[in-house]
Write a protein that binds this ligand. Structure first.
Ligand SMILES: C[S@@+](CC[C@H](N)C(=O)[O-])C[C@H]1O[C@@H](n2cnc3c(N)ncnc32)[C@H](O)[C@@H]1O
Length: 305
């Protein structure tokens, strides 16, 4: 059982109606949810009459999705069909092939981590965590604690600059190297404190915790999130049938950029119609209800050939 913060929802799906509309769900067609998480978006796809092939690399997420989708199944008269597979979405095409679902009418990618992953202190994603793990897939070898313990100052600086876009990457890397000479850094709490102390005063009084970008960089590196995203995009496109939709939700510019470029290139090649000239963002109402939606950007492309 996970030790979590008081929030009881596993994860509140962001931009839910925009996702359902973006996928243009047709009854009886298959939709691949490459980041099924707690199954919130997938449940809405099922409720709209679609079938779902759900993928996640996190076994805990799949268990929660199974619970949620069973609930949907038990509360509707419609025929509900779904399959769940534990895999990295960088293997999406292979999963679709193995599951032999045939034509795919839509692919959804809701990138990053779920609220549950962030809140579960033993998963090591947060400033208050007891560990410094950050693996979405518990079977992976390298944790954030490994990176913090083993990378040299120059490599840490590069990591924080490239994947965290952190202005003070160098001084923060130096603070980590100094601190670990005294004591091993094994928890999110410890790391957040080290970064806080190494931050300029203006950072400490800002709206973001000074360690936000450092934690982002470590998480992206541990899970090779940008590499996986670059691999999944052409695969997602290749499994779509003509008229199918690719819907991607990103939460920061490092994720949004490859998605935007990918869709733009396909459009230039005459293979896609990009349906979101500007990415869709949360309404004021959603922002009030779910703070996590504030950085969400949704892009949709339709396969035209
Ligand atoms: C933002 S959550 C998705 C939430 C989901 N849409 C919902 O409604 O509950 C992202 C999920 O994607 C998973 N994930 C992230 N990157 C992945 C990857 N490369 N392969 C498979 N799953 C991934 C995470 O483990 C997490 O459960």
């Amino acid at each position: 059982m996970s030790k979590t913060s008081p929030s009881t929802e596993y994860h509140i799906p962001v931009l839910l109606s925009e996702v359902v509309e973006g996928l243009q769900i047709e009854v009886g067609q298959w939709y691949v949810d490459g980041t099924i998480g707690g199954g919130g978006h997938a449940a809405a796809i099922l409720a709209a009459g679609g079938k779902v092939l759900g993928i996640d690399q996190d076994a805990e997420a799949l268990a929660e999705a199974e619970r949620k989708l069973q609930q949907t199944k038990n509360t509707t008269d419609q025929i509900v069909e779904y399959r769940l597979v534990q895999a990295n979405f960088r293997d999406l095409a292979e999963v679709v092939k193995t599951q032999a679902v045939g034509e795919v009418a839509g692919v959804l990618l809701d990138l990053g981590v779920s609220s549950h992953q962030l809140d579960a202190l033993e998963r090591g994603f947060s400033f208050r965590s007891d560990t410094l793990d950050m693996r979405m897939d518990a079977g992976q070898m390298v944790t954030a604690a490994d990176l913090v313990a083993r990378l040299g100052e120059a490599d840490l600086t590069r990591l924080f600059a490239d994947l965290g876009e952190e202005r003070y990457a160098r001084s923060m890397a130096r603070a980590i190297v100094r601190a670990r000479e005294q004591q091993a850094i094994t928890s999110g709490g410890q790391l957040a404190e080290i970064i806080y102390k190494a931050s300029p005063a203006a950072y400490r009084h800002g709206s973001l915790h000074p360690a936000t970008r450092i934690f982002q960089a470590l998480r992206l590196a541990v899970n090779d999130e940008i590499g996986s995203l670059e691999q999944v995009l052409p695969q997602a496109w290749s499994v779509l049938s003509k008229g199918g939709r690719l819907v991607v939700i990103s939460f920061h510019s490092l994720e949004d950029r490859p998605v935007k470029h990918f869709m733009r290139q396909l459009s230039v090649l005459g293979q896609a119609k990009v349906l979101t000239a500007r990415p869709l963002t949360a309404t004021d109402q959603e922002l009030r209800q779910n703070a996590r939606s504030r950085s969400a950007k949704l892009r949709v492309a339709e396969k035209v050939v």
